[in-house]
Write a protein that binds this ligand. Structure first.
Ligand code: NAD
Length: 452
């Protein structure tokens, strides 16, 4: 019961705020050491967006926690019917390495806000950040109720043998299956925040310079290691011709003539990931970039033209600074292409004609959607964030995180008296009782007229 009072939750959340403020420099340094994350990007995603989630939660917690009173039927008019916001109990949060603070902290905020105890398992791949989290978080949070476990695959496998009350996992679909299987043994509910290939359709009617900037920003942010990054562009052959110089210009504008020298362009997190991404460069034709340096884990911002659906870059999530362009005849063909593949975490559509953007939205399915930009939908705490199908299960951000970690307990507190009103449901049954029962319990379709 220790984590239940609002004052306790607020105190722990405020401590998380102090962690972000006081350890800001350490966070920037750890993420820079792990993947050359530019400090601007680290500040934006690991600190500012987390602070927004935190403040949004603190601003609304007392309202979110309240019992929600609901509509009643005739028989329960004198009773109290409400939804109690109960914590699940002990929650396990498993995070990946690409936004190593954000992706454990944002779920942690909601789990604490909802009154749970939490075990956090950061990724072992981003080892500098993992160390920082393991050493520092215990200085801020109540160690009776919140713990950080540092673990590789073996230890995590053992950790998962325990019975948790909720598991929140962010990572790849293949590990997501392992998590769900382990959770199934205990019938533990899960949220799975997975990845996939996010298509980006660019129609023939658009402001090419703006599209190029917005797509290049989304693709090359964090050196492409973003789950909602536009993974590939679908456009006509004419648009590919126009986009190419605009993309080159945008890349030069962002990172200078040699992006390797730019403090604003990151690196790939490790050897294994570097080699996997480099192997995708043989797809289509390298139109921009293509340079690599294994020692530095550097892959230049790269655009591949005329990529075929059968090319390596189209077989898996790229998760690196490579943007393939796949030529399609028109919007209908782009939509068919998208619908022939697993449902992605995000779909992007660019057009000056809002009908085109709406068509793509209406005729496809994905976790989230952003028209005429990339990534920006994730900055709104008012929007649910999560996948569908292969890209995940469940949603979070803002109040959705609180709701994810809350058991919505349906409660009815009845009046002990007025027994005569209950008589109609007790045996012995009769036709007359059935009539009364129907009249008092029935929900009628609105707008239908009944002649009494
Ligand atoms: P990953 O699945 O390899 O690892 C994620 C976490 O699972 C890590 O903490 C890791 O230690 C743990 N893990 C790995 N193997 C395990 C096993 N066999 N048993 C138990 N735990 C295991 O993913 P990653 O490489 O860290 O991250 C990249 C993936 O995450 C990409 O697919 C990306 O799209 C996805 N992602 C999704 C989101 C989202 O919000 N939907 C955000 C970031 C990343």
């Amino acid at each position: 019961g220790k984590t239940r009072p609002m004052e306790y939750r607020v105190a722990q959340l405020e401590a998380l705020g102090r962690f972000l403020d006081e350890k800001k420099q350490d966070i920037l340094e750890a993420t820079a050491a792990d993947m050359g994350k530019p400090s601007f990007e680290a500040y934006f995603t690991e600190i500012l967006l987390c602070k927004n989630e935190l403040n949004d939660t603190l601003n609304n917690l007392c309202h979110w926690m309240k019992d929600e009173h609901v509509d009643k039927n005739l028989v329960t008019q004198l009773d109290s019917a409400f939804i109690r916001k109960d914590p699940y109990g002990v929650v396990l949060i498993i995070a990946p390495w690409n936004y190593p603070i954000h992706l454990f902290l944002v779920p942690l905020i909601g789990a604490i806000a909802a009154g749970n105890c939490v075990i956090v398992k950061p990724s072992e791949t981003s080892k500098n950040t993992e160390r920082l989290v393991a050493e520092m978080l215990s200085c801020y949070l109540d160690n009776d109720c919140f713990a950080v476990v540092t673990a590789g695959v073996q230890e995590t496998t053992r950790l998962l043998e325990n019975k948790f009350d909720y598991i929140f996992f962010t990572g790849s679909a293949s590990v997501g299956r392992i998590i769900m299987t382990a959770a199934a043994k205990h019938l533990t509910p899960v949220t799975l925040e997975l990845g996939g290939k996010n298509p980006c359709y660019v129609s023939d009617t658009c402001d090419v310079q703006n599209v190029a900037r917005r797509v290049a920003w989304g693709r090359f942010f964090n050196a492409g290691q973003t789950c909602i990054a536009p993974d590939y562009v679908l456009c006509s052959v004419e648009m590919q011709e126009k986009l190419m110089p605009a993309l080159r210009e945008a890349i030069t504008e962002f990172f200078g003539s040699n992006p390797r020298e730019s403090p604003d362009f990151g690196r790939i997190v490790g050897d294994k990931q570097f080699r996997r991404i480099r192997a995708l460069l043989c797809s289509g034709r390298v139109a921009i970039g293509g340079q690599t340096d294994e020692k530095e884990h550097y892959i230049a911002p790269t655009v591949l033209a005329d990529v075929l659906p059968s090319d390596p870059a189209m077989q898996e999530e790229i998760f690196g600074p490579i943007l393939p362009i796949v030529v399609v005849a028109n919007m209908d063909e782009a939509i068919d292409f998208i619908n022939a593949r697993p449902r992605p975490l995000a779909i992007y559509a660019f057009s000056c004609d809002s009908k085109v953007v709406n068509q793509v939205l209406e005729r496809t399915s994905s976790g989230g959607f952003c028209g005429n930009d990339t990534l920006m939908h994730v900055t709104l705490t008012s929007l649910p964030f999560g996948g569908i199908g292969n890209s995940g299960l469940g949603k979070y951000h803002g109040k959705f995180t609180f709701d994810t970690f809350t058991h919505h307990r349906g409660c009815l507190h009845r009046n002990m008296g007025l027994e005569a009103l209950n008589a109609l449901r007790y045996p012995p049954y009769s036709q007359q009782k059935l009539g009364l029962l129907t009249a008092t319990f029935e929900i009628k379709r609105k707008g239908t007229c009944t002649l009494l």
